[in-house]
Design a protein around this ligand. Structure first.
Ligand SMILES: Cc1ncc(COP(=O)(O)O)c(C=O)c1O
Length: 365
């Protein structure tokens, strides 16, 4: 019998959950509100439909393997040279490619815990060693403890800022100090998937370090505030010498044609991003206030989702919410079984969720 690579068999395959349509059908629901994947409740800019309509007559052709028009648009937007970008089929793909390009068996990778789970798969695939550093008591990255884990064998450090699933951030002065102390054999990957949402004066922009030529690679995505999760488009920003190994391992046509034109279109509609940010700000406030009134503790979030502490009956609450037509994420998969992670929705969706939560809690009393 043919034998796969032994360590691959030790990896857990990604098991996609049921789709909202499947759940709706199974539970006989007229409507299901999905607040479980940190997507944009406003959808993408209306300009995307136009751009895709125009591009449809080209889908029999391969896409541009250099993403040139998108590259020019992003380079112009950030005022950074064109060779400072690599695009991917979502930032998920870039996380995979970073592992392929940088990790040798036995190399160490330092990350916070809980943090974004996809970093772990790329560590396992490349037979590297994962060093998970628990978050602080207030659910923030513990940078001094992470630094203490950095050794001769460390190749990569991952910091999601804001962190998923907690929504907490690392402040500028903390990051500055951390980067200053990182040894030269370490690449810091700053995952800023929720960058556009953050409204805090001390929130650092990772691109400042890229501009200074630091050994930092920033990940950004079009899946969240730009509303293109279904098209899959993310990018890495770094010095060209840091991106070169990634260019060597990526597939020639890893970003499809429709994603490329959509990326250009959404970047040009910053008013849509501003509306998204404002709605999120109001929604977070509403969630926090309502949770406080219900006597529920939340982790203060700067992203488009919130961790709510439910307690021991968390799984039942999640199930009741589902039966009432609201889909949220259980913290169990992140090692936080007493928490629900809920992303912000439209005002109507938020209201429906909060009402359902109140009823679910009352029904368990
Ligand atoms: C911190 C973080 N990084 C990366 C991603 C992956 O985003 P995408 O592959 O859609 O660009 C996510 C998605 O949830 C995330 O939360």
């Amino acid at each position: 019998m043919v034998r796969p690579r032994a360590h691959v068999l030790q990896m857990e395959p990604y098991r996609p959950g049921k789709t909202p349509e499947q759940i709706q059908h199974e539970l006989g629901l007229n409507e299901l509100i999905k607040l479980s994947a940190n997507e944009n409740p406003l959808g993408a800019s209306p300009r995307v439909a136009e751009a895709i309509q125009e591009a449809l007559c080209h889908i029999h052709r391969y896409p541009d393997g250099a993403c040139q028009l998108l590259r020019e648009a992003v380079s112009d937007f950030y005022q950074l040279p064109q060779d400072h970008f690599v695009f991917g089929n979502g930032s998920d793909e870039l996380i995979h490619l970073i592992g392929l390009a940088y990790l040798e068996a036995g190399d160490e990778v330092v990350m916070g815990h809980p943090s974004f789970v996809r970093y772990e798969a790329s560590v396992q695939l490349n037979q590297a060693v994962l060093k998970r550093v628990p978050l602080t008591n207030d659910y923030r990255h513990d940078l001094p403890a992470m630094l203490a884990e950095v050794s001769e064998r460390t190749k990569l450090v991952y910091i999601a800022n804001p962190n998923n699933p907690t929504g907490t951030i690392v402040y500028r002065h903390e990051l500055e100090h951390f980067i200053d102390l990182l040894p030269d054999h370490v690449l810091l990957v700053l995952d800023e998937a929720y960058y556009e949402y953050v409204d805090h004066p001390d929130y650092p922009n990772g691109l400042d370090w890229v501009r200074r030529g630091a050994q930092v690679l920033v990940l950004r995505t079009f899946s969240k505030a730009y509303g293109l999760a279904g098209l899959r488009l993310g990018y890495a920003v770094a010095r060209p010498d840091l991106l070169d190994p990634i260019e060597r391992v990526r597939e020639p046509y890893n970003v499809n044609l429709l994603a490329q034109v959509a990326g250009v279109a959404v970047l040009r509609d910053q008013a849509h991003v501003a509306r998204t940010r404002e709605l999120n700000r109001q929604s977070l406030e509403a969630f926090q206030q309502a949770c406080e009134q219900m006597g529920l503790r939340v982790v203060p979030s700067y992203a488009n989702f919130l961790l709510i502490e439910i307690g021991a009956h968390c799984a039942q609450v999640r199930q009741r919410l589902l039966q009432m037509g609201v889909m949220v994420r259980s913290g169990e998969g992140f090692g936080l079984p007493h928490f629900l992670r809920v992303n912000t929705g439209t005002p109507e969706q938020n209201e429906k969720f909060l009402r359902a939560l109140q009823q679910a809690l009352a029904s368990l009393k």
